[in-house]
Structures are given as structure tokens and as C-alpha cells.
Write a protein that binds this ligand. Sequence first.
Ligand SMILES: [Zn+2]
Length: 482
Amino acid sequence: MTAACSRGLLAFAAIATLSTGCVTSVSPLIRPTISAKHMQQTVSFLATKEMRGRRVGSPENARAAEWIARQFSDLGLSPAVEGSFFHEFPYGRRKGRNVAGIVEATGVGGSGKVAEFVVVAAHLDGVGDAGDAHRPAADDNASGVAALIEIARAVVAMRSTLRRNVVFVAFDAEEVGLVGSTRFVLDEIIPSEDTRFTIVFDMIGGKFFPWQQKTGIAMGTEHSNYIRSTVERLRLNRATPIELLGTYVLEPAGPLLARSDYRAYRKAEIPYVFFSTGTPWYYHMAQDSIDRVDFQQSEEIATFALDLLLEIACNACEIDFIKRPKPGVLDLVQLHRILEELLQHQTEIQLPERKFTQIGKMKQALASSIANKKASRILAQRALMLIFEAAQHSEPKLARPSSPRARRWRCRRPASRSRVGFDRSCAQTDPPWRVRAYFPHCPPSLHPPCQWTACVETCRASLQYGFAHPCNRGKVFLQLDF
Ligand SMILES: [Zn+2]
């Protein structure tokens, strides 16, 4: 623990463990607690029918952004964007708006201006209602915004102990290709060279499987030894276990198709931890409603994130960044455990027998890799794809109507000509489906035109459009959205 940090904490009349080097622990006795009740109030507001799913560019999305800015202001955060809480950016013909506020560190004991930043983020936009179907986007990601606001409340109360400024940002336009976070970083609203660490929340109130106990997943620790060891230490004896997973496991189509707003920070070589509970069967559907959010779990994940944040923000330690981390055997151990669970709950998953044979074989392959201490990126990614598929079919009350067009999509997927990003089950809705194509060769300044969206009746049409895009030089990533 550094001396200055220690003095700051003593101001709170208590101090926790001392350790060698740069390690600090903030006692739960001295930091404000996260309130599940407050989190519930936030989700209740953001996920109401009147908010119409908070699609980027909609009046309801603007209302959500203004509401969050008001919360930041009431809590005592300073505006982060030249006297304003809003960072506007173009999105197609419309505008997107990030909301950003800062808790400024005064230096421990008011010792002067602090230059470094730590960022906490969650996206505020949702997929929007689909016609008459209300898609509340409660878990995705009102739950993350609730954590953001609660942590801001706690950090304001800890201001005098901070040695780094803490920035809170609710990103817009995540659902249309991580546009808000990309712009926020590219526009240098907070200087990247002074940003030391980022925490991102995206969906922390859900459950992958109905039988699952409360769990949080922390991804990204593979990019920093310091962050990994801090998370390992903090996660001991938690009521909600925090499991670690390499981010690459979620990215079978490569890092360009990252799953959330951590992408821009990773690209800027800023260490990050991405908290999520995964994409359950009701992901982007009308059933992503407040009654499915486990607020106890959300509270405990947010509490863990707060502890981690305070370790980094009350402490001016150097944090390393590993640009190309190697896949870890521990990832395979995690996946092996989940596959085992799937086989135990076979009767609760609506998948054909052959899938379970596949799951069994995958489990064996993982077991032999683990025994040989041989990590495998591809094996981990394939195992997760099986887990995703099982999660999509783990709700017995909602048997999926199988659309013939959905089958056609799968059959005609021309894997040799293009790489498909997330081929989610499209059987839940009728066509037209929204298809997105990503063009990896476009320079970032062209974003979002790099991303092309269209409503299509057939897959063939989408591919023709995709290949005609001027940005494309032969590689197309497609994402099926519903
Ligand atoms: Zn999300």
C-alpha cells in the first residue's frame, strides 16, 4: 500500500489489510454499500413500456440519456464533456449521445490535481420495440446502467480517498455496433494515454440457464497480470461467485466482432474487466423484462466491481497490459464444468439427441486438453458456441416455433465465401430479419458506414448487398439480429 493512499483511507477512520508492494484493500466497513433497491428503481424506469426499448436515435433513448445525466448531476458528478454531460456523435443520419460524468480526485488529503482516469461504463440503448412487441431491455442493459449509477453514488462518498479520477459513462448506440464507445475513445473525450483501467457492464442480472446459481463472469483479466491477481484476490469468499473467462472465448469471428463496449478500450491498449452474466434465451426479446432480473445477483456483482474499482482508483500503481494474451487452460476448465452441467440437465434442454452426443465429445476433448495442460482457443470457442445453443433452448415453457426460412438460412450459409459473426437462432421472429455486415478493412473514421444494416427476406439478398458495399474487399461479417 502506498503511504498517500493509506492516509486517505485513515480519514475514514478505518483501514483494511496491509500487504506488500502496491496492494490495497478497502474494507467493506468503510465504503458505502450498493443498494439492490436503488438498482431496481433504475431498471424500473429504463425498462418501462413508455421507454419503447430505448433504441438509438429515438425520443425514448434521449429521455433515458437525460434521466441518467440528471442522476449524475444529483449525485455530484462533474460534466465530462466541456461543461456538458453529453457527448454527441453522428450515427447514420441521426445522432447518438453518450452521457459522461466525472468524480474528480482531489489527490489524497487535497494534495493537488490528479491526471489519471479510471472509466466505468455501461450502454444505455436497447434494441427498441419491434412493432407492437415491447422489448424492455431490462437485463440488456438497464441492469448495467443501474450498477453504473450505484457505483457512482458510492465513489462520490469515497472521493477524498481517490488517487485517480473516476469517469462514469453510459454509452449510446452499442446495439448497432459499439458505436458510442468507439466514438468516445476516438474523440478522446477522456485522454486515452491517461486512462489506466476500464470496467464495462453488459447484462448482469440474468441467468444463462434456469437452474443456474447466482454467478458473475469477469472477462478481460487475461490482458493484465496486475488486474488478474487483484481480481483473484478479491473474488475469494463472495456470496455470488465471480468466474473468470478469457474474452477471446466470446469472439469466434475475431476481436472485431467484440461482444460489448470493452472493444475500443482493448484496442487503445487500456486494461479492462468486462462483467456480464451471459446471453440467456430471452436476449433481445420481449421477455427481457424486469421480473427476470436478479437484483441480489446484480448488487453483488456491482459490489465486487466497486471493490475492484477502489483498488485501482485509490492506488496509483502501474498496471501492465498484455496485448496478445495466450489462451488459458483455466478457460477450458470453466467450459468443461458448464458442459458437464448441461449433460446433467439434459431433460430440461430442448435439443436433439445428437447435440448431446456432440456436447459429450466436446467435454472429452476439453478433458484431454486440460490433462495435457494444453490451452486451445478454437476448442474453447467451439465449446462456448455449444453452450450458447443450449442456453437458447433451455426454457421449456417457450418452445421455439421453427420457421422454414430460419432453416433455409442455416442451410444456405455460404461459409466458404463469408464469415458469419453471430448466427443466432432466428426462429423466434418471422422475416424480414435485420442483417448487419461489418467491413473489417474500413478505417475507423468511416464508422458507422463500415457497418451496413438492411432488412432482408432471404439470406441470398443480404449477401449480394454485402458484397456490393464499397468498403468491402472480399471479407464480410454478417450478424443476424432480431
Ligand atoms: Zn448489451
